[in-house]
Each structure stands twice: as structure tokens, then as C-alpha cells.
Design a binder for this molecule. Structure first.
Ligand SMILES: Nc1ncnc2c1ncn2[C@@H]1O[C@H](COP(=O)(O)OP(=O)(O)OP(=O)(O)O)[C@@H](O)[C@H]1O
Length: 231
């Protein structure tokens, strides 16, 4: 479903990604792991076209999307939840979802209800401004916004980072349900090994902007994995 080959990215003269290869099959949950600063966010931004790669290719559903703008990738079914649970803080929860719906091609209001089914807690807060939600609730709203676009693949950048444990569990369960029950493919950047062990079908570990290790969830118990993730 997603094929990334030889992806390179840089900020000015500072090269950050060096020939990253990665593939996610339909319905698969792939975890990207690695220490701080190894290039995980840069990889997702390059996959989504937020950042233009300096070399390499991104193919989604058989179509080369490497040069497409981000919004067109979203329309093709790539739902992105960037790091830092971005929402419109001045808008209410309902308005945040509505604004996203209006930017979609399908404009089907049922998509808002479907997204709220995944996070019932948000249903009780529809009139609250997003800026007044807790970090965890904002993360749920950010994921719900991506769901309103009816993605076939969800791309999540550290959705549990800095969030209180009770909501981490809700977010984990939501990702699991979306993956298992709705069959969504997921590309997840996650630092917590335990969470990756519970959710992932496969993983890649980045180090210094390169894929240093990859495998199935069972391989996550390897010594090498622990060494590459150790701080
Ligand atoms: N906008 C930017 N301009 C210049 N350098 C950047 C920029 N964003 C990231 N970098 C650098 O690129 C490298 C990779 O950063 P990136 O955010 O992709 O890593 P990461 O693995 O996602 O880290 P973290 O887990 O801390 O989010 C780091 O050295 C970082 O300092």
C-alpha cells in the first residue's frame, strides 16, 4: 500500500535521511522507532510531502505521490496526525471536525459521527474550544480530524508523547480498533517499546537517518533492538 524507496531529506545543507526504504502492506501496522533526533518526524513529513525529499520515491496504492502536495495525498487516503496534536485552539471540537469535513472531497457528515464513535469522550465536549482541552483530548481530536477524511492509511507521529497514562490507554485501544476492526493500515512513530510490542505487525528502527534494523513484532525483543533504542 505504501512503498518508500531511497528516501533522502535535508534541512539546508544538513542531511537527515539517507536512503530510507520502508513498506506498509494494506491492513498492516508498521512502527517506526528510534532515539530522539534520528529522523522519524522528518521521514513522516517527507512521506506526506510537508517536506520535499531530495531523492527517493513515495508510492501510495501504486501511484507515485512523491511530487504531490500534501492535501492531494490526504485526498488519496493518507491521513496524517503530526507530532504535537495540532488542532485549531480557538475553534470548538465540533468546529475543528467541521472545518476538516469541508476540506474533504466526500463532504459526508456521517464521517464526523464515525470519528466521534472512536473517541466517545469528545462527544461530551463538542462545544469546548480545542485550546481548553487536555493534551490527551487534543491528541484524540487530532486523530478524529484525520479520520474525518476517511483515510485508508493513518500516519501518526508519537500520539502518546507527553500524555497522561489514562488517555494513553484510550489512544492505544483506538489505534488497535481502527487497525483490527476497520482494517486501516497504520504507520506509527512510537518511542515506547511496550506499546509497539502490543500493536505492531512490523517495525523499522532508524538510527542516524538510516534504517538499521527491521522485522516483525517478535523480533522487537532482540538485543540489537534494545541497543538501538537505548538512550
Ligand atoms: N526544521 C528543521 N530545521 C533544521 N534541522 C531540523 C529541523 N527539524 C529537525 N531537524 C534536525 O533533523 C534531525 C532529525 O529530526 P527529527 O525531528 O526528524 O527526529 P525525530 O527522530 O523525529 O526526533 P524526536 O523523537 O525528538 O521527534 C535532528 O538532528 C533535528 O535537529
Amino acid at each position: 500500500m505504501l512503498e518508500v524507496t531511497g528516501l533522502e531529506a535535508a534541512y539546508g545543507r544538513a542531511r537527515v535521511l539517507f536512503g530510507v526504504d520502508l513498506s506498509v502492506e494494506a491492513g498492516q501496522l508498521m512502527c517506526v522507532m528510534g532515539r530522539n533526533g534520528v529522523g522519524k518526524t522528518t521521514l513522516l513529513n517527507s512521506v506526506m510531502g510537508v517536506l520535499t525529499p531530495t531523492a527517493g520515491k513515495v508510492v501510495f496504492d501504486g501511484r507515485d505521490v512523491t511530487r504531490l502536495p500534501t492535501y492531494e495525498r490526504v485526498r488519496l487516503g493518507m491521513g496524517y496526525v503530526p507530532q504535537g496534536h495540532e488542532t485549531f485552539p480557538q475553534l470548538t471540537v465540533a468546529e475543528n471536525l467541521q472545518v476538516t469535513l469541508e476540506a474533504t472531497r466526500h463532504r459526508d457528515r456521517a464521517a464526523v459521527a464515525e470519528a466521534l464513535e472512536v473517541f466517545p469522550r469528545l462527544k461530551e465536549m463538542l462545544k469546548r474550544r480545542a485550546g481548553f482541552l487536555s493534551g490527551g483530548q487534543q491528541q484524540q481530536l487530532a486523530i478524529a480530524r484525520a479520520l474525518v477524511t476517511r483515510p485508508r492509511m493513518l500516519i501518526l507521529d508519537e500520539p502518546t508523547e507527553g500524555i497522561q497514562p489514562s488517555i494513553v490507554l484510550e489512544i492505544e485501544q483506538a489505534i488497535e480498533r481502527l487497525h483490527k476492526e476497520r482494517g486501516l493500515a497504520v504507520l506509527l512513530v512510537e518511542q515506547y517499546l511496550e506499546l509497539a510490542l502490543r500493536l505492531a505487525d512490523g517495525f523499522v528502527i532508524l538510527d542516524g537517518g538510516m534504517v538499521r534494523h527491521s522485522g516483525t513484532a517478535a523480533d522487537l525483543r532482540d538485543e540489537e533492538v534494545r541497543r538501538l533504542l537505548a538512550v
